[in-house]
Write a protein that binds this ligand. Sequence first.
Ligand code: TXA
Ligand code: MG
Length: 333
Amino acid sequence: MILDGRDPAAVQRAAEALRAGELLGLPTETVYGLAADADQDAAVAQIFAAKGRPSDHPLIVHVADAQGVDHYAQAVPDFARALLQRFWPGPLTLILPRRPSVAAAAAGGQDSIGLRCPAHPVAHALLLAARERGVHGLAAPSANQFGRVSPTTPAHVQGEFGDELLILDGGACEVGIESTIVDCTRGAPVLLRPGRITREQIEQVCGQRLRDKDELAAPAPRASGTLEAHYAPRAKVRLMEGKALQTALQVLGRDFDGGKATIAVYARSILHVPSVNLLYRRMPDDAAAAAQQLFAALRDFDAQGVQLIWVEQPPQTTEWEGVRDRLQRAAAS
Ligand code: TXA
Ligand code: MG
């Protein structure tokens, strides 16, 4: 059931449900989450079951503000403190050493915990209402079946989990791809997942270079958002440079003779598309705008029964890193 997130009574009702150990479709500025009280292991177990996600894949815990950190984290390195002061509330998740007595199920058994303070007004109101009821944080992975495209509207969430699930409607997500994740447990900041907040922004605030996953000796913890194949629509995704894409379209044009559209083209370049039976959608030239609509576009192609999605490779600049990462994973499955 979808409730209007702007209605204070709906927010109270949702907070009550979380307190009672139920699940909730949670709007955030990145993507919708499937939330439960992070301190109730049984409620957290329901998240893993509903998503079909292996229970050793840790979840992100959402907190109302920086105070919420102390309940879950054992220590906060200076560079992590600087990051949360600069970017919270916002699309940044910090992996911190976990207090051993809390949120073991949400952390998937890791001795660390992923924390994020979302910048969505409905999420913020809900987190405050939950805290008044003794709920310190909400474990919430993206509200999609394991391996699938993350949801950016309440209707997407309902499509994944049915009408039984209580969903707070916070509109279409503004960022559109999941938060940037920085591991702060290895002495230096390590980028686990790129997102709207770029490398340069992080390095500037930390005053040190952002390491890549494979760069430090200690093994990175398991993270499903970092699996090679993830974020996949049902259709096959192929990434191509603009020129190769135009050539492929010309070759196709010779033999392609109508019928139902089975191929979609998603490109920034203006291409000559030879057949009306190809679905052609322009990707925005702006990285933030492209991220905002990426998952909805992939879901639309699926809904139209497309078998193959040809996507023009985004630019190699850092502001496109999040979009490139999600597309590479979609293409890897
Ligand atoms: O934007 C987002 O981050 C969204 C919204 C709902 O907040 N959430 C999200 O959650 O993307 P999820 O579970 O789909 O992805 C969380 C990622 C996973 O790759 C998970 O493994 C990683 O964060 N993660 C969480 N806790 C971790 C930990 N302690 N150590 C390493 N990775 C962790
Ligand atoms: Mg996810």
